[in-house]
Design a binder for this molecule. Structure first.
Ligand code: SF4
Length: 480
């Protein structure tokens, strides 16, 4: 069988920027990579904080080493920039600061591209299996000549693994990122591959992340993975941690659409860290891919999961609210390890549920998401939760609502306040974001709201206003 795609696995057990630079440079030479034109580096900085979220992002030393190598290999570059859109509502300025990136930008004289501050432009999609005819991406992504993908190696509670394909979720701003971020998340990831193909991929697998994507448990994997084809790189990544590539749905979809292989026999795996040796090391690597009704069995949080409105996934929504609940609880666990005991009794209901909920006395209910429907009685009073889920065809990606941090926070807190005395609340959204889950859990479960952690709230708000000011400036610059 012809092996068209080469993937390298190299040993690297420390975040030493010089060592990383040497390894990445060697990898680029082996793969014959010569970046040119407008070069854009896309790390994974979904969230970052040295104390609260230390393992969720591509480390600054990795970025530092990668830039050194890229500069050495680049041929007549017009510019080298680093761009990202962090997790929903989080200003990328804030996460870059927390990740320690500004000093790297200064050292290498490269510019940051904060995708949340840029004009979003439509890109046409043509693949016959596409969800929609166009997607919106930041201008700098649309006009880049050479994209370098720098993902973090992490398990993912919604998609099993996040490697190079999944890292593309961060090329969209909030307004467009939440479109199809539900039962269609995996299809959305496959769609985004059509926007731009990476010229080079280097995965930060030095300290990998287990279980969660925002609060992963660190795993000393001690590797850097490199390649040029995202499907090939992700397939090798799957084998490194004993996952069948066909179980990673976005990888399967991308491979079926012709973006690359998912059969290890078609990939030429090289480097100084043999796959067998990696596998031996990762035997205990942990995932968290469990339905929430089974996952939250003990404590005061219990879940009722119904059925879902799309034929391809009628019994669970992997890309939306359930995973966001898991992430929110794990964020809470960083502050209150026994949070599920500390909450007041809460029932979390998602999907279309038939029949009584059999609530305990005083147990409060969060009906989560636009697809949730339920009809019954609570405290002898009729309750009718009406669904408002819309299929992708009914959602116009050009007319999406703002997911502005302050606006969303205010709307959610107001809703919580209005329902503070009731037995239930309907959290709307498709999906309901992780930070909104934190708001709802704190209001309904009567626990402190960790969204307002003192270490984060002031710098986050400062970054938010900087982001707004720069967004406005960028708009004015374009107009005049
Ligand atoms: S409302 Fe939530 S659970 Fe329902 S389809 Fe949308 S994202 Fe999934």
């Amino acid at each position: 069988m012809e092996k068209q795609h080469k993937v390298l696995i190299m040993r690297c057990d420390t975040y030493d920027a010089d060592k990383i630079a040497g390894i990445v440079r060697e990898g680029m030479e082996t793969l014959n990579i010569r970046p040119s034109g407008r070069i854009l580096l896309k790390p994974n900085v979904v969230i970052a904080h040295p104390e609260v979220f230390p393992h969720a992002f591509t480390r600054k030393e990795f970025l530092d080493g990668a830039i050194t190598a890229i500069k050495a290999r680049a041929k007549r570059p017009r510019e080298i920039t680093v761009g990202e859109r962090s997790g929903i509502t989080l200003p990328t300025r804030w996460t870059f600061q927390n990740a320690g990136y500004p000093e790297i930008f200064k050292k290498h004289r490269v510019k940051a591209r904060y995708f949340d501050e840029e004009t979003q432009v439509p890109v046409r999609l043509t693949h016959e299996k596409r969800l929609r005819d166009r997607v919106f991406v930041p201008e700098s992504v649309a006009r880049t000549d050479f994209l370098i993908n720098l993902p973090k190696f992490k398990a993912h509670p919604w998609c099993r693994l996040t490697l190079s394909l999944k890292n593309y979720i961060g090329i969209q701003d909030d307004r467009h990122r939440l479109v199809d971020h539900n039962l269609f998340l995996e299809h959305k990831i496959a769609d985004l591959q059509e926007v731009i193909q990476p010229g080079f991929i280097a995965v930060d697998a030095i300290t990998a992340g287990q279980k969660m994507m925002l609060t992963p448990t660190p795993f000393p994997l001690g590797a850097i993975m490199m390649g040029t084809n995202p499907c090939a790189v992700d397939t090798v990544g799957c084998h490194m941690v004993g996952v069948d590539p066909t179980d990673v749905v976005h990888l399967r979809l991308a491979a079926e659409r012709g973006w690359g292989p998912m059969d290890i026999q078609q990939i030429d795996v090289q480097g100084d860290f043999p796959l067998d040796a990696v596998r031996e090391k990762t035997m205990e690597f942990e995932f968290c891919l469990e339905h929430i009704d089974r996952y939250f069995k003990q404590g005061n949080l219990s879940c009722t999961v119904g059925t879902f409105p799309e034929k391809h996934s009628p019994d669970y929504c992997w890309g939306g609210c359930p995973g966001a609940l898991q992430e929110a609880i794990h964020i809470y666990k960083g502050y209150y390890p026994n949070i599920t005991q500390q909450l007041r009794k809460v029932r979390y209901v998602v999907g279309k549920v038939d029949g009584p909920l059999d609530l305990e006395p005083g147990e409060k209910v969060i009906f989560a998401g636009n697809c949730t429907r339920w009809k019954g009685e609570i405290d002898g009073r009729p309750v009718h939760i009406k669904g408002s889920y819309e299929s992708p065809q009914a959602v116009d990606e050009g007319e999406t609502p703002s997911n502005d941090l302050l606006l969303k926070t205010f709307q959610t807190l107001w809703r919580c306040f209005r329902h503070r005395k009731g037995r239930y609340i309907h959290a709307r959204g498709c999906p309901v974001s992780v930070s909104d889950h934190v708001h709802y859990l704190s209001a309904v479960g009567r626990v402190p709201n960790v969204n307002f952690d003192r270490r984060m709230v002031i710098p986050l708000n400062m970054a938010y206003w900087q982001m707004r000011a720069h967004r406005l400036l960028n708009r004015l610059r374009k107009r005049f």
